[in-house]
Design a protein around this ligand. Structure first.
Ligand code: GFP
Ligand code: GFP
Length: 828
């Protein structure tokens, strides 16, 4: 450490955060001229973005350093959020807002000849996630910082985020998302933090001098994990937490044997292989595909993170049993479940802790969040693949399973079937490791992400574990969203209007303050201002559509939006069938009837997993319908269909504030929560939805008059599916008309849609036919109600006023209180 006589000098020249506009400008120009080696003569928008973000980054780093030092000296429990996905989107606007320097930066760059909006547009999205799960993680780390909890995220630094989507001839075409072309100012490479990670090899055991059996794992492949730190600034606080992302690098040990044998190329190739581990994000949403590289990613990330966490704990010189008093680790889905095994391995193999004591530490450290009940999404790894890649971990899993099954057998001696049902090892060919069961057994709390979902996991997929552990191990924490990004940044005008009525921007920290606008729901002046802002946001989206799709949409029409990953359970197929039904109805209307009809713009967006044939067919149908409908002169402004390509976080920020209606229409019981439903309502759009996921709690909060619900309930789903399987259920007659139109070639080659149609006429697993009439009825109500401005706008205002519950700050407080047992550390 620095000798005390030198410390004064350090303090004297310690970097301070810039305060005012001029200091920002000075920093900006310094970065243009030195960091970028550019000048007044060749500073374009990209360079200006880079210089501005460098200046902001420096400021974040100062706060980051202070926070980390504070947290280290306070020496209190920290939480680590392990997520394979962090769907962050752009950072600059958020950094300015949270650091409270938006105004000075905006006018600072304006003085220097730039528009802040143009600079923000230069930033590529950090799209290190697929959909809801990854975006939830991003909202959560924003909230952890904003509510002053000492907490880090740990993830992977993918070189390629979720693929870019183009639409060619109506079909999705994927291209790689190399987002790091212009280096990333929001990360701090920590080349000095390098951790060796091992794969493959073999295990052996021996008895040491104390007569203790020692297990060792040797040999195999070795790679290095290098840390990249992303500062996570809280809003309205100095707290700046850390998101540590790991990148894989070859170890310094180059294969000299091969090299000397003259096989230079292959020795380089080998070491390059190491980098592929963190190279690319798997583009599946709610679908598990058992690729070895994916398991490698998971272990690589988990091992690096735990090594780091354990190292930090050891600096405190506490006994091991105090580990859970210092560390809480949350498993975001089963992806990081190996952490349970890795911690047990570290404790027993490396630190010499006894099995039982170690297992006690492990189970008191972890919490597990489940995000889905869909069977195709549940991770299972074939035992042979697992044993080959992680031989020691496989042994430990067998032990964990043995002790667990012994306990179960003692509790329920007569229930032989139970043992097979709850075993971590599934007795299939080949055998499989059930990751969700391992996560439950290795954690002290298991939570679902909305009330219905948390009930469902207890009564379906994890039923036996409720019998074994009792109900208290299982709980609910309803998801939330950060109002900073999803209100203030995405919809600054609405945020300003609310602030003018609430008296401050405090609602961005305490979202329940929105309640204060409820009395204004019928105030004509407030309604006018509300409508003007909605129009502005619709015009902004219309301009985007003009630019990307090349046609105009009418901003006075009802904007009906469904944007999310394309999945049969989310039922975009039902939406487009509904659009076709609307089209056919318009074609059959008289002139008089047309005058009465509500004009609509139906907006779709979302990516399909590259290998998901049915989802890709749905995208093709939407585009085919769009082409026919938009060109039909009979229809005119009454209906336009838009597919917005490459839906991502920054597009969501434009789309979400522009909706009148958004659709969240999953088959009841399939969508665990949904989070975009919350975003749309918070921005004054109403929901058309099923009684599923967080729609249910949104209904409770905003009132059932302020949401359009339809469809069968979760409790009827099993019966309906059973009926489809074992009897002839007639197809809904309106749906039949829709299918006839498709089959007669109205939307191009009908052969393309054969399997899509037969998925409904056959077993109809997602109950599209069963819900279709109820869906059309709800749509009709939407059309009618939209015509009455006072009712519509007052509903919109009332709904927003009651959205306080859905702040991710509330969700984080619940996790902190009932799962993590961590407390905030004030930076004052
Ligand atoms: C250490 C120090 C912190 C410092 C970080 C920077 O943290 O004060 O900010 O390193 O890397 F304690 P650990 O990662 O060792 O906790
Ligand atoms: C999953 C679930 C959603 C849930 C999110 C976050 O989303 O219902 O809202 O996780 O908990 F399906 P995806 O990652 O599948 O979008």
């Amino acid at each position: 450490s620095i000798p005390s006589e030198s410390r004064q000098l350090w303090q004297k020249f310690g970097v301070k955060e810039f305060g005012g506009k001029e200091e920002f400008q000075q920093e900006f120009i310094r970065h243009v001229e030195t960091t970028l080696a550019r000048s007044i003569y060749n500073c374009d928008d990209l360079a200006a973005y880079q210089a501005a973000s460098q200046a902001i980054r420096d400021r974040l780093i100062v706060a980051w350093n202070k926070t980390q030092q504070k947290h280290t000296t306070k020496d209190r429990k920290r939480v680590y959020y392990l997520s394979l996905e962090f769907l962050m989107g752009r950072a600059m606007d958020n950094a300015m807002l949270n650091a409270g320097i938006k105004d000075i930066t905006k006018s600072g760059v304006a003085d220097l000849g730039f528009k802040i909006e143009d600079l923000l547009e230069q930033e590529p999205d950090a799209a290190l996630g697929n959909g809801g799960l990854g975006r939830l993680a991003a909202c959560f780390i924003d909230s952890i910082a904003s509510t002053n909890y000492p907490g880090w995220g740990y993830g992977l630094r993918y070189q390629y985020g979720i693929f870019k989507q183009r639409i060619v001839d109506g079909y999705q075409v994927e291209s790689p998302d190399y987002w790091l072309t212009f280096s990333n100012p929001w990360e701090i490479p920590r080349y000095e933090i390098q951790i060796d990670i091992m794969f493959y090899g073999y295990t052996r055991k021996y008895t040491n001098d104390d007569g203790k059996v020692v297990h060792v794992w040797e040999g195999g492949e070795q790679v290095q994990a290098v840390a990249y730190d992303v500062p996570v600034p809280g809003y309205g606080t100095e707290t700046t937490n850390n998101l540590r992302l790991w990148a894989s690098k070859p170890t310094r040990e180059f294969d000299f044997e091969k090299f000397n044998a003259g096989d230079y190329e292959s020795s380089v190739r080998e070491s390059q292989k190491a980098e592929t581990i963190s190279a690319v994000l798997y583009p599946n949403d709610n679908f598990y595909s058992g690729k070895e590289l994916r398991l490698k990613q998971q272990y690589f990330w988990v091992a690096a993170s735990l090594n780091d966490i354990v190292r930090r704990f050891k600096k405190t010189h506490r006994p091991w049993k105090e580990f859970p008093d210092q560390v809480a680790i949350q498993l975001n889905d089963t992806h990081p479940t190996l952490a349970v095994v890795e911690l047990q391995r570290i404790l027993i193999d490396m630190e010499g802790v006894e099995w039982d004591a170690a297992w006690n530490i492990v189970t008191n450290t972890f919490g597990y969040t489940n995000h889905t009940v869909l069977p195709e999404a549940l991770e299972k790894w074939p035992v042979p693949l697992f044993t080959n890649l992680l031989p020691r971990h496989m042994e430990i899993i067998y032990e964990i399973n043995l002790f667990f099954l012994q306990k179960v057998e003692k509790m329920f001696p007569k229930e032989r079937d139970l043992l097979a049902r709850v075993s971590i090892i599934e007795e299939s060919t080949p055998q499989q490791v059930r990751m969700a069961y391992l996560a439950i057994i290795g954690s002290h709390k298991v939570n679902g992400v909305a009330e219905l979902h948390s009930e469902l996991i207890k009564t379906t997929i994890f039923k036996d574990f409720v019998t074994i552990y009792g109900p208290d191990k299982f709980m609910n924490v309803t998801n939330g969203i950060t109002p900073r990004r999803w209100l203030h940044q995405a919809n600054p005008k609405l945020s300003d209007l609310i602030a003018s009525k609430v008296g401050s921007y405090d609602f961005l920290k305490d979202l329940n303050l929105l309640k204060k606008i409820e009395p204004l729901a019928h105030d004509p002046k407030f309604q006018d201002e509300w409508v003007t802002i909605k129009k502005f946001n619709k015009a902004r989206l219309a301009a985007h559509i003009k630019q990307s799709n090349g046609f105009e949409v009418n901003v006075n029409a009802l904007f009906d939006v469904q944007v999310k990953r394309i999945h049969e359970y989310k039922r975009q197929q039902m939406n487009i069938f509904g659009v076709i039904h609307r089209y056919l109805s318009i074609k059959a209307m008289t002139k008089e009837e047309k005058k009465e009809a509500t004009p609509r713009v139906c907006i779709f967006g979302g990516k399909s997993a590259p290998g998901y044939y049915m989802a890709k067919t749905i995208i093709k149908l939407i585009n085919a319908v769009s082409e026919v409908v938009n060109a039909d002169a009979d229809v005119g402004d009454l209906l336009k269909v838009v597919f917005i390509a490459d839906y991502n976080v920054s597009k969501a920020e434009i789309i979400v504030p522009a909706s009148d209606i958004s659709q969240h229409i999953s088959t009841a019981g399939t969508e665990a929560s949904g989070t975009s439903n919350m975003k749309f309502v918070l921005n004054g759009g109403l929901i058309l939805g099923t009684v599923d996921g967080a729609n249910i709690e949104i209904t409770r909060e905003v009132g059932e008059n302020n949401i359009f619900l339809f469809g069968h309930l979760a409790e009827s789903v099993e019966d309906l599916r059973h009926k489809h399987r074992f009897s002839d259920v007639p197809l809904d007659p309106n749906l039949e008309k829709v299918f006839n139109a498709i089959e007669s070639g109205t939307f191009g080659d009908p052969n393309i849609y054969v399997s899509l149609i037969s998925s409904v006429t056959g077993s109809d697993y997602y109950l599209v036919s069963d819900d279709f009439q109820s869906y059309l009825d709800a749509q009709k109500l939407v059309d009618q109600d939209f015509k009455n401005k006072d009712t519509w706008v007052s509903r919109s205002i009332t709904a927003v006023a009651n959205m306080g519950f859905f702040s991710s700050d509330r969700a984080i407080d619940e996790y902190a209180e009932s799962i993590w047992n961590v407390e905030p550390i004030s930076m004052e």
